[in-house]
Design a protein. Structure first.
Length: 184
C-alpha cells in the first residue's frame, strides 16, 4: 500500500515539474494550474470528534489547457485518520477533463468529468479498492495571480461494508468544492 502511494505521489510531482518546463504560449495565457480543495479539509474536521475519531483530509489538483475551452488534469485525495484508535487511510487519484464554454482559457463556468482509482484501508483488515467517477460543474473566479473555484459534483465510489463513522469522508454522492489555485 505504501509503495503504491509513493509511486503515485512521485508521478504527480514529476508530471507537474515536467509541465512547468513547457514553452510559453502566445498572448501570455497560462496553460497550467495547481489547486487545493478546502471542502475535504473541512469535511475531515467536521467528521472529527473529541472522542476517538479524527481525520485530516487533503485534496490537490493539477490542470492543463490543451485546446481552447478544454483542459485535462489530475486530482489526488489523501485522507488520514483514526477510528477508535485504529488507523484509517484513503487514497484516490483520478484523471479529469473540463469544458469551459464561456472562455477559451480555463476561466468562468465549467463542466467536468473524472474517472479514477481509490483505496480505503482500515485496520489492515477492512477496506476496499475500486474505480471512482464523477461529474462536476462550477465557476472559476480569477483574482489576479490566483483563483477561487466554487463547484458542485456528484461522485460514484465504493464504500466500506462495515459500519464506520469514517464512511462520511469518502467522496460519494453530492460533493461541494471550494478550490484555491494558482495558474502558471
Amino acid at each position: 500500500m505504501k509503495r503504491i502511494f509513493i509511486v503515485m505521489l512521485l508521478l504527480c510531482v514529476s508530471s507537474a515539474l515536467f509541465a512547468e518546463e513547457e514553452a510559453k504560449q502566445e498572448d501570455g495565457i497560462k496553460a497550467n494550474s495547481i489547486s487545493l480543495d478546502l471542502f475535504p479539509l473541512v469535511k475531515g474536521f467536521v467528521a472529527t470528534n473529541s472522542g476517538s475519531t479524527s481525520f485530516f483530509c487533503f485534496a490537490v489538483g493539477y490542470e492543463r489547457l490543451i485546446a481552447p475551452h478544454f483542459t485535462i488534469g489530475a486530482n489526488v485525495d489523501l485522507f488520514f485518520g483514526s477510528v477508535s484508535s485504529i488507523d484509517y487511510f484513503y487514497f484516490g487519484i483520478s484523471g479529469v477533463g473540463r469544458y469551459y464554454p464561456m472562455s477559451e482559457n480555463a476561466e468562468k463556468f465549467f463542466l467536468g468529468a473524472s474517472l479514477g482509482f481509490n483505496r480505503q484501508s482500515y485496520s489492515d483488515i477492512y477496506g476496499f479498492m475500486g474505480i471512482t467517477a464523477s461529474l462536476s460543474t462550477g465557476y472559476r473566479i480569477m483574482m489576479g495571480k490566483a483563483y477561487v473555484e466554487p463547484s458542485m459534483s456528484y461522485a460514484l465510489s465504493k464504500i466500506s461494508s462495515i459500519n464506520l463513522s469514517s464512511a462520511s469522508v469518502v467522496p460519494l454522492g453530492w460533493q461541494g468544492g471550494l478550490r484555491f489555485g494558482f495558474p502558471f
